[in-house]
Design a binder for this molecule. Structure first.
Ligand code: DP6
Length: 359
């Protein structure tokens, strides 16, 4: 295991800036339930998205007083006071690993490729982009840092900002959480899925249907807390391990029928956990169910390998292989778009992770 403590450096840098663009991800096996220090209760795996991204420029300048954290946050050029508490908490959690945080004033300028009010969570892309920017400062201050260390520590830090963010650093399929059949898997950071992946999953498509834009979902903190003392929690965590094992052979053989079963079951289980917790929530909307039923009917009629997954909200991620792109898009436009708010949807596909942008 790598040690993520900051190695003391003699380099002095007064100011600078760095920009990273980092993607969102969609979980196939869901992370739902965590222990202290952002340790997940079960392993999860996600597709990295290609089009839903956050770009963050971090400018830093040395300050005299090192008593407090000092930073300003801007979204699309507008100062965002309401983003500050989450970042302050993030800084507190990662300070032990980045002791230079109090030495600088930071300007965090961020923008998303997806509308802020779309109901798409920006915490995964946002926290991973910020973690990567901070790692670039560590790299500038340090003698030498390997790429493996850079990415692993970026994921480790991103996890402390938002759990799912640790799956947004590197790779198209990313595993987070220890699993006995996945060598190198860790509760502390995400890793690139290390086993064979069949061609069927190449350029896998994800069309996100925005059923319910902007309305407040259950916050992730409240959501994960629902798994404390949940009557089905222990069995659920075991099931995630089992589903991960099944996915390993599915990714190898390319068995899309088996893939569909796991992915849809995971999505419905996530919502079932919310419906059976105390307090309980129903985050699906009538149109979520309309879409699910239409997808099932289409699959029965056409033998398509289309399926759906859900986040902790009403929006539907429609997943399908690249070779069905034309047909499925036609189906979506003809039959599903009517269930989206303002007919709004986002076309995406599996991507490869974050990248640094030279301005
Ligand atoms: C339903 O990563 O947003 O999207 O660690 O509290 O920030 P925090 O939670 P977060 O939870 C995401 C939950 C999920 C499933 C998943 O992405 O695995």
């Amino acid at each position: 295991m790598l040690d993520f403590k900051f190695k003391s450096s003699t380099k002095k840098i007064n100011e600078g800036n760095v920009t990273w663009s980092s993607p969102s991800n969609i979980a196939l096996v869901k992370y739902w339930g965590k222990k202290e220090h952002q340790i997940p209760e079960n392993p999860s795996i996600s597709f990295t998205l290609n089009n839903c991204k956050t770009t963050t420029t971090l400018s830093y300048s040395k300050k005299e007083n090192t008593n407090n954290f000092s930073f300003d946050v801007f979204l699309d050029g507008d100062k965002k006071e309401d983003f500050k508490p989450k970042i302050e908490t993030f800084f507190k959690r990662i300070e032990a690993y980045l002791p230079f945080l109090r030495d600088y004033h930071f300007k965090i300028e961020t923008s998303n490729t997806f509308p802020h009010s779309s109901g798409i969570a920006s915490s995964a892309s946002g926290m991973s982009a910020l973690a990567l920017c901070l790692m670039s400062i560590e790299k500038a201050l340090s003698e030498d840092i390997s790429e493996a260390y850079f990415n692993q520590k970026a994921s480790f830090l991103a996890r402390l900002g938002s759990g799912s963010a640790c799956r947004s650093i590197e790779g198209d399929l990313v595993v987070w959480g220890t699993h006995k059949e996945i060598n190198g898997s860790s509760d502390l950071f995400g890793i690139k899925y290390p086993h064979d992946v069949h061609e069927n999953f190449k350029n896998y498509q994800d069309t996100i249907l925005l059923v319910d834009k902007g309305e407040k979902q259950v916050s992730s903190t409240v959501g994960h807390d629902l798994m404390y003392n949940h009557p089905f929690a222990e069995r659920r965590f075991e099931q995630a391990h089992e589903n991960m094992s099944k996915l390993i052979s599915i990714f190898k053989t390319g068995d899309l029928n088996a893939f569909i079963k796991i992915v849809e079951s995971e999505a419905l289980t996530l919502h079932a956990m919310m419906m059976t917790s105390m307090p309980y929530f129903i985050l699906m909307k009538p149109n979520t169910l309309e879409i699910i039923n239409k997808i099932w009917a289409y699959r029965n009629e056409t033998n398509s390998k289309i399926c759906f997954t859900l986040d902790a909200g009403a929006n539907v991620h429609v997943l399908y292989p690249e070779n069905e792109k034309e047909n499925v898009m036609e189906f979506i436009k003809d039959e599903l778009i009517v269930y989206c708010q303002n007919e709004h949807y986002i076309s995406d596909q599996i991507g490869f992770g974050a990248n640094q942008i030279q301005l």
